[in-house]
Design a protein around this ligand. Structure first.
Ligand SMILES: [Zn+2]
Length: 101
């Protein structure tokens, strides 16, 4: 089980990374070939100074939905390897069975 503070931090990041309209608009200005140097610098300044760091999508890492483990995450099932194994053994994941030959 992850620390409560880590779970809270992850929740805050997920909440902040939902509204990325301003960040995307600034990135569009930066990538646009027709924008001037000043416009580009202003857009970069907005991203760096005005937006919170946790607003970035890369700050949000994937975690297990049941135990919040950061490593060994299976994105298809949104579970870590340990929770996936337990759920598969109990038959909670349809179509998954233990290998036997
Ligand atoms: Zn887990």
């Amino acid at each position: 089980m992850a620390k409560k503070s880590m779970i809270a931090r992850q929740r805050r990041r997920e909440k902040l990374s939902k509204d990325i309209t301003l960040r995307l608009a600034c990135k569009k200005i930066i990538a646009d070939k027709n924008s001037t140097h000043e416009e580009r610098m202003d857009a970069m300044r907005v991203i760096r100074k005005k937006l919170p760091r946790d607003n970035s999508r890369t700050r949000c890492s994937s975690r297990c939905s049941s135990c919040h483990r950061p490593r060994g995450f299976l994105s298809r099932y949104k579970l870590c390897r340990i929770c996936f194994r337990k759920a598969a053994e109990w038959g909670f994941i349809p179509g998954v069975s233990k290998a036997s030959w």
